[in-house]
Design a protein around this ligand. Structure first.
Ligand code: NAD
Length: 298
C-alpha cells in the first residue's frame, strides 16, 4: 500500500507537488497557515488537516515545503512529538545548511528518519512533476523517499549525508548567480564596443564562454527566443529567490572561511537588485541594472 503522506506548506511549490502525489495514488493530508492554500490543494484531492500536528499523526512520511530554516525548525518542534517514531521526514524547502543539519539532529533525536531534499525546476517543474531533487541523509531514508520524489520530479540525486542536498543546491546556484552577472556584463560591454547581441551569442555559445545563463536563459532578447528577456523578464526564476539562495551560499561561505569573493559580491548585487525587482522579475533582468549603471543604451 502507498505510504500516507502529510504535506505541510501548500504554497507556490507545495500545492502542485502535493497534487502530483495524489495523482500518483498516495493518500495526502495537507496543512498550510493560509486557508485559501488548503482549499486550493483540497480541490486537487489533498485531504485538509485541521492542524500540522493532526496532518502528521498517522503519516508514514512528512514533507515540508516552507519559506526558510526558521519555519522548518519551529514547525519541527510541533511535528516531531505528534508523529509516530520512525516516520520519514523530508524537507524540500531551500534553507541554510546549518538549519538543515539542526533539523536532521532534532528529528533523529525524536526517533525519526530524515532527508533534506531541496529542488530545482521552479513552479513549472513542480506542476509538471519534472523537479530535480538534491538529497542529503542516510541511504535507507533516500531509498524509501525515492518513490515519493519520483512522483514529484524527474530526477533525484543522493548527494551525501545530512545537509548535503542543501549544500548542492546553494553551490549550484552560486555558480548560476555569478555566471548570470558575468554574461550580463559581457553583453553590456559588447553594446559599448558596437558588437551585436547575436554576434556575441553566436561566438560565446559555441566557445569557452558557453554556460546555462547564456545559452538557455540569455539575458538579452533575441538570441534565445524562449528566455525570459523576450517577455520583459517575467520569471522564470525570480530575482528574489536568487537573492535568497545567494544569501544562503554567502552565509555558508563565511561560516566555512571560504574566500568566495565573486559569490559574496553576487549575493550583494542580487540582494540590491531583488529589493527593487522582487518576485516580479526574472534574475536575468540584472542586465538592465548593469546597463543603467553603465549609462549605456540597450
Ligand atoms: P510560498 O511562500 O509560496 O509557500 C510557502 C508556504 O508555507 C506558504 O503557503 C505559507 O503559508 C506556508 N507556511 C509557512 N509557515 C507555515 C507553518 N508553520 N505551517 C504551515 N504552513 C506554513 O513559497 P514557495 O515558492 O512555495 O517556496 C517554498 C520553498 O521552495 C522555499 O524554501 C523556496 O526557496 C523553495 N523554492 C522555490 C522555488 C520557486 O520557484 N518558487 C524554486 C525552488 C525552490
Amino acid at each position: 500500500m502507498s505510504p500516507a503522506v502529510a504535506f505541510i506548506g501548500l504554497g507556490h511549490m507545495g500545492a502542485p507537488m502535493a497534487a502530483n502525489l495524489v495523482k500518483a495514488g498516495h493518500r495526502v493530508r495537507g496543512h498550510d497557515l493560509v486557508p485559501e492554500a488548503v482549499d486550493s490543494a483540497a480541490r486537487a484531492g489533498v485531504e485538509p488537516a485541521p492542524s500540522a500536528a493532526a496532518a502528521v499523526a498517522d503519516a508514514d512520511a512528512v514533507i515540508t515545503m516552507l519559506p526558510a530554516g526558521r519555519h522548518v525548525l519551529d514547525l519541527y518542534d510541533t511535528l516531531l512529538p505528534a508523529a509516530r517514531p520512525g516516520t520519514l521526514f523530508i524537507d524540500c524547502s531551500t534553507i541554510d545548511v546549518a538549519d538543515a543539519r539542526a533539523a536532521h539532529d532534532r528529528a533523529a533525536a525524536a526517533g525519526m528518519r530524515t532527508l533534506d531534499a531541496p529542488v530545482s525546476g521552479g513552479v513549472v517543474g513542480a506542476e509538471a512533476a519534472t523537479l530535480t531533487f538534491m538529497a542529503g541523509g542516510g541511504e535507507t531514508a533516500f531509498a524509501e523517499a525515492l518513490p515519493l520524489l519520483e512522483a514529484m520530479g524527474k530526477k533525484a540525486v543522493h548527494c551525501g549525508g545530512a545537509g548535503a542536498g542543501q549544500a548542492a543546491k546553494i553551490c549550484n546556484n552560486m555558480i548560476l548567480g555569478v555566471s548570470m552577472i558575468a554574461v550580463s556584463e559581457a553583453f553590456v560591454l559588447a553594446e559599448s564596443l558596437g558588437l551585436s547581441h547575436q554576434a556575441l551569442y553566436d561566438v560565446a555559445s559555441t566557445a569557452s564562454g558557453q554556460c546555462w545563463a547564456l545559452s538557455v536563459n540569455c539575458p538579452v532578447p533575441g538570441p534565445v527566443p524562449t528566455s525570459p528577456a523576450n517577455r520583459d523578464y517575467r520569471p522564470g526564476f525570480a530575482a528574489s529567490l536568487m537573492a535568497k539562495d545567494l544569501g544562503l551560499a554567502a552565509n555558508a561561505a563565511r561560516a566555512g572561511g571560504v574566500h568566495a569573493e565573486l559569490g559574496l559580491r553576487a549575493a550583494e548585487l542580487y540582494s540590491a537588485y531583488a529589493e527593487r525587482a522582487g518576485a516580479t522579475e526574472d534574475f536575468s533582468g540584472i542586465v538592465r541594472t548593469i546597463r543603467d549603471q553603465s549609462g549605456a543604451e540597450g
